[in-house]
Design a protein around this ligand. Structure first.
Ligand code: PLP
Length: 361
């Protein structure tokens, strides 16, 4: 038996009980009418959490990184200029993925811990085909202003990474001018890892690569399974959808929408505020720039002389609590504490603060 963990790291988070229970339901075939209903409802609920009317909104059958690949492989034509805002690990990953798709990448580098500088990104090139940025940089705990990028994008397409923001903080893809968005299930949506909620608007779909290098992530082909053709009852087999995972996402989304999306955002904010205040009261210093701190993912500096890995090990062994190490150059000088989805609760705040206090002595 695996002992229950408190997953207070950068993800996965502990799933909502409804999402876990859904995994134990009878398995459905991927073309079973009952499953197709669950899939349609899931896409509809995803539209709500994305804040979009896009017909092409679906859970891709893979993790968030596949969402990133799908975004670029379907939109980057060879030689296209892609401006990427890099203020952490996932912005960096975007530059790698875009380059592999044949883009001429213009990386706008920022100091880690700072939000994206919208003016610098928008003035980095005269006429980029694509501008890309991470809404919630999980590596640093920073929120960036996607709406401002959307307002200034001109004719470019805007790709936004919402892996750590969806279901946790305000996200309004249509109002903010997001053309392509991808996310993950394992963070604020409170579902196990395995699916990538994805959305693409008409403008981006019309400009898409007709025959992308990836067969699996070809949105033109996936559209036959969900989206327009599916809506007309003309579903075609593309791949075997992970039916249990979709049922679990359906249950998680139902749980979130029953609570109310704005209440869920407020719950994340309250938990993050309480955690950040508590850490500072303990004399710890936060890493992310003030004013841009994510409530769902807090980055805190490891105090001088403290063995970062030993503290994480003790938290896990003594209290069953997982927190994350820092990313990249900050691997041993920063901790990442996530209170996402079900874990965005006052009792989780008290538990992690008390355990950390005890371990730090
Ligand atoms: N983008 C961000 C902001 C992330 O936090 C992550 C994962 O932590 C990813 C992309 C990649 O997602 P996955 O690990 O599910 O492939």
């Amino acid at each position: 038996m695996i002992r229950e963990r408190h997953l207070f790291g950068p993800g996965p988070s502990n799933p909502y009980p409804e999402a876990t229970r859904a995994l134990a339901q009878p398995l459905l075939g991927h073309l079973d009418p009952e499953f197709l209903r669950i899939m349609d409802e899931t896409c509809e609920m995803l539209r709500t959490v994305w804040g979009t009317d896009n017909a092409r909104t679906l859970p891709l059958s893979a993790t968030g990184s596949a969402g990133m690949e799908a975004a670029f492989v379907n939109t980057v034509h060879p030689g296209d200029v892609v401006v990427v805002a890099v203020n952490g690990l996932f912005g960096q990953r975007m530059t790698d993925v875009a380059a592999r798709c044949g883009a001429e990448v213009v990386a706008v580098e920022h100091e880690w811990g700072q939000p994206v500088d919208v003016d610098r990104v928008l003035s980095a090139h005269d006429s980029p085909a694509i501008i890309a940025a991470v809404h919630a940089e999980t590596s640093t705990g920073v929120r960036s202003d996607i709406a401002a990028l959307g307002a200034g994008k001109g004719d470019a397409l805007l790709i936004a990474d919402a892996v750590t923001s969806i279901g946790g903080i305000e996200l309004r893809a249509d109002d903010w001018g997001v053309d392509v968005g991808y996310a993950g299930t394992q963070k604020c949506l409170g579902v196990a890892p395995g699916l990538a909620p994805f959305t693409i608007g008409d403008r981006a779909f019309e400009r898409r690569v007709q025959k992308p290098r990836s067969w699996y992530l070809d949105l033109g082909m996936l559209g036959g399974y969900v989206g327009e053709a599916a809506g007309k009852g003309q579903r075609t087999y593309h791949h075997t959808a992970p039916t249990a995972m979709v049922a679990s996402l359906h249950a998680g989304l139902t749980r979130i929408l029953e609570e109310g999306l704005e209440s869920v955002w407020a719950r994340h904010q309250a938990a993050g505020d309480a955690l950040q205040a508590g850490l500072q009261e303990m004399g710890l210093e936060l890493f992310a720039a003030e004013g841009s701190r994510l409530p769902e993912l807090t980055t805190v500096k490891v105090p001088e002389g403290v063995d970062s890995a030993a503290v994480r090990r003790e938290l896990l062994e003594r209290h069953g609590i997982e927190i994350g190490a820092g990313a990249g150059a900050y691997a041993s000088s920063v901790w990442r504490i996530g209170l996402m989805g079900r874990n965005a609760r006052p009792d989780a705040v008290l538990l992690v603060l008390a355990a950390l206090k005890e371990v730090l002595g």
